[in-house]
Design a protein around this ligand. Structure first.
Ligand code: PBG
Length: 324
């Protein structure tokens, strides 16, 4: 029953026909908008490495979150910058740090917006690693307690979901236990479960001042080509109590997303990371591609691969385009 009997172009004849047969549609409901909270007052400073992104002080961040909410975006993901870094990253769990203040401000202004916080030490440690350093190595087990304390501080400030991005083994269980011990039973965990040691985080590390001071993250983030580990990482995080699991980055890892989708019945998030974002900006800036069309194409591909939730710096732009 091939050509001429079958003509696949019949279903592409008009915009309405194409809409009718379309099965993947990105909507603002799928999107999470990342925001950077910095100490201080009245700060809204453009981030040089990330076009259209800003460092916001807690008093200015709620307005940005409210704008995202007004565009139909259901959630923001907060990253924090500290006043001062130290060897243990102690400002990460200070209950009055920029992130905790930002959570409170956002919850006061837009209580219905889901607030997710990134839980990691890398922006807070003077060595820039995601965990506790002992004898030049990243000590997995010694990192669990500070991470759990950080998650509890965020949850007490009002976070709905905490999102550990450090890639230590056992951190989801440690965080779940600490939250439950504090009676924070309704606070969920979105775990960066399959997070790769990717070169696509470059622009973000400049934004978060979180580049490692020595070595790299390859002893904790996954090796690019270790594809069987991704499913085990996800499986273990679900077993430890993750409510939502993430694959990161998204674009170069759509195969992993697709396999995770087939295997697990939990909400699946994908992080369209800073390098993927800036790659399109740079190409558009050079006059090579249409930025908005490419952004929507990329996000559609991520959703088609299996993501229920897409974390993207394009969130506001795309939401605006979908619902002008
Ligand atoms: C912190 C963290 C990183 C990103 C999110 N959380 C950087 C890293 O792991 O080095 C990257 C986000 C992006 O590139 O957009 N651990």
């Amino acid at each position: 029953m091939a050509f001429p009997h079958t003509r696949l172009r019949r279903l592409r004849t008009s915009p309405a026909m194409r809409r009718l047969v379309r099965s993947t549609q990105v909507t603002p409901d799928d999107l999470v908008y990342p925001l950077f909270a910095c100490p201080g007052r009245d700060v809204r400073e453009p981030i040089a490495s990330m076009t259209g992104c800003y460092h916001f002080s807690p008093d200015r961040i709620a307005a940005e979150a409210a704008e995202a909410a007004s565009l139909g975006i259901p959630a923001v993901l907060l990253f924090g910058l500290p006043q001062a870094k130290d060897a243990t990253g102690s400002e990460a769990w200070a209950d009055d740090n920029a992130v905790c203040q930002a959570v409170r401000a956002i919850k006061q202004t837009v209580p219905d917006l889901v607030v997710i916080t990134d839980v990691c030490l890398c922006a807070y440690t003077d060595h820039g690693h995601c965990g506790v350093v002992r004898d030049g190595r990243i000590d997995n087990d010694a990192t669990l307690e500070p991470l759990a304390r950080t998650a509890v501080a965020h949850a007490r400030a009002g976070a709905d979901l905490v999102a550990p991005s450090d890639m230590m083994d056992g951190r989801v269980a440690a965080i779940r236990r600490a939250l439950d011990d504090e009676g924070l039973i309704e606070v969920g965990i979105l775990s960066y479960a399959a997070k790769y040691a990717s070169a696509f985080y470059g622009p973000f590390r400049e934004a978060a001042h979180s580049a490692p001071g020595f070595g790299d993250r390859k002893t904790y983030q996954m090796d690019l080509a270790a594809d069987h580990q991704a499913l085990r990482e996800i499986e273990l995080d679900i077993a430890e109590g993750a409510d939502i699991v993430m694959v990161k980055p998204a674009l170069a890892y759509l195969d992993i997303l697709c396999r995770a989708r087939e295997r697990f019945d939990v909400p699946l998030a994908a992080y369209n990371v800073s390098g993927e974002y800036m790659m399109l900006h740079a190409a558009a800036e050079a006059g090579l591609v249409d930025l908005e069309a490419c952004a929507l194409e990329v996000l559609t591909a991520i959703k088609r691969a299996g993501a229920d939730i897409i974390i993207t710096y394009f969130a506001k732009d795309v939401a605006r385009r979908l619902h002008p």
